[in-house]
Design a protein around this ligand. Sequence first.
Ligand code: ADP
Ligand code: MG
Length: 702
Amino acid sequence: MKAEYLEPLTLQSPLCVLPGIGEKRAVKLKKRNLYTVEDLLYWLPREYRDLRQIYSISDAPEGVPCCVKALVAGLPVTSYIRSGMRLTRVTVADEAGQMSLTFFNQVYVRSALVRGEEYIFYGTVERQGSRKAMTNPMFEKEGRRRFTGRIMPVYHLTAGISNYVLSQAVRQAVVRCAGTLSDPLPESVREQYHLMGLGRALQNVHFPTDFAELEQARRRLVFEELLLLSLGLALMRERRGEGTGRKYRLFPLEEYYETLPFSLTGAQKRTIEEAAADLCSGLPMNRLVQGDVGSGKTVVAAACAWLTAKNGAQSAMMAPTEILAEQHYHTLSPLLERSGLRVGLLTGSMKAKEKRDVYERLELGMIDLIVGTHALISEGVRFQDLGLVITDEQHRFGVGQRARLAEKGREGSGQPPHVLVMSATPIPRTLALIIYGDLDVSVIDELPPGRQHIDTFLIGEDKRERMYGFVRKQVEEGHQVYMVCPSVSAEAALERGAMTAAELKAVEEYAAELQTRVFPDLRVGLVHGKLKPKAKEQVMGQFLRRELDILVSTTVIEVGVDVPNATLMVIENAERFGLSQLHQLRGRVGRGKAKSYCVLVSDNRNPDTRQRMKVLCGTNDGFQISEEDLKLRGPGDFFGARQHGLPQLRVADLAGDMRVLQQARDTAEGLLAEDPGLQKPENAGMMERVQRLFERNQDGLN
Ligand code: ADP
Ligand code: MG
């Protein structure tokens, strides 16, 4: 393509304006979410090859890829070795030696390699007898080097597009955009953190002159990405505050505290005060309460319901299953009835007449707090005045479901209800800033006094029989036991209850083996992800009513179900779980008065894996565990906890870039303090990029 035909490029130009990218390839790139020049520019190489060193034939190292400069000494000769397979050979040479090259099915080399000309060949040198040889090397003519003699980017490949074609397209994009790119980062910020300009960063992240420059280029792009993300989240939080919310009157919280059978921890009080301040601020509350299992989130939610009732409005708490709804109902009603609140329950399996009765009382305002399942969002449900919606993050309600419940709050007053989300997944603080950046977050980082420590042990197969003996002992003492088997992909199982047929067979066999061979005299139940919700609830119900001694499950055991009589958690193939997942599972026991235990079974010898599991044996502190998990496994698991909503990060790797994340957060805060809606002209470029980042993700943040 000749230079004068080149159209000017903008970041928004479609990819087919680039050389080598026709309609067909553009379609392929779309599958990788690459639509525009900007997408491509921010699509960083998977790795880099250092081709800066160019060797002579005799100096070239063997067995590793390298560049060799040599002259084409003979005519390339092509032969057919079998149908469809063509072999082209040619000899190259320099002053001191010779090397033979072999190309498979690349007939074009016959015309591409000209006898007597000098080329750089990139490939792995091997020895064939006394001779050196290379197979399928990449080559460039000396004097027209593009990749050799420098650091070469290697991209994730898409079928039908070679690394060469892709690199060329990226190079064009870099060159043709460089002059017109406006840098979203204000100069003051770049100076403060010693960040290079955007053009230079893009140039060097794809075609670095050296590795130090590459590192700086990457750091600059990571900073930019995390800054835009932080800004976007903060703006969402602000925008939410633009509408008016219900402004509650504050009643002395001590009045509520006095009705409780225990005194609250400092962390619980602080959290309640933070939430109460939201409720009385005149803006809609959107608060996440994070606290380890057993930290006492329920009384915090109850406090909000209490204040809501004091203000003459109603609260709704949505749970994902009937069992959980019933459990919440049974803990919340005694807690709140002491203050005169009327607590109701609504689930799908209630009789029609009972439901109608609840509907009526809700509509008349005769129920102050309704606890229920999805039944709460069904047609017939009308509130007199819904002021507060409470959900549990771990239950993973769809964005839509929560919104539909909130909608019911608008029906009466036209004002959105306050929203309180609870989460039992401890997330490292720095990460929470991103994952929950659009919510206000309270952390209950203190357990009620006297909480028992769950003794945790790591054992190998050699101790299996002893472990079975321990299970039996617990049951003989009148307790119950969980035995958990991972699916192959433990995460997938935890997320969606997904399971393959083979995995299903494995867990069924495991349960059958326990029942028939190991514990023929005990009652063993099985619950797994392939069961229908009704069947699942039935087994869980049996366990809850002590009709089962042992519950075998995949990771789908309902997080949050409270079986205080369960004192032992056995986790098979513990190495397959993330630390935080193990901690969550362990939290299923130790909920009653009896001493509780967790046994991790694993024969894995990998030192890292063992260290990870040892962390769990050493501490019961969920936040400490989550910090360790982040260090050891990276942030993927934590993001899994909140799948939708967050824009995909293209450059940053949060595990490695935590320090930059903090800097970006600080910068975002500073920028917004000076220019709250990012309205100033000098911030327009930044604002545009923020909007684009969040547009890519239509869900928005839930
Ligand atoms: P989670 O945060 O896991 O939802 P819960 O709210 O279910 O925890 O509380 C766990 C248990 O601790 C409940 O039995 C609750 O009554 C009790 N509890 C909560 N707060 C306190 C406290 N400050 N002192 C003593 N017990 C408490
Ligand atoms: Mg709870």
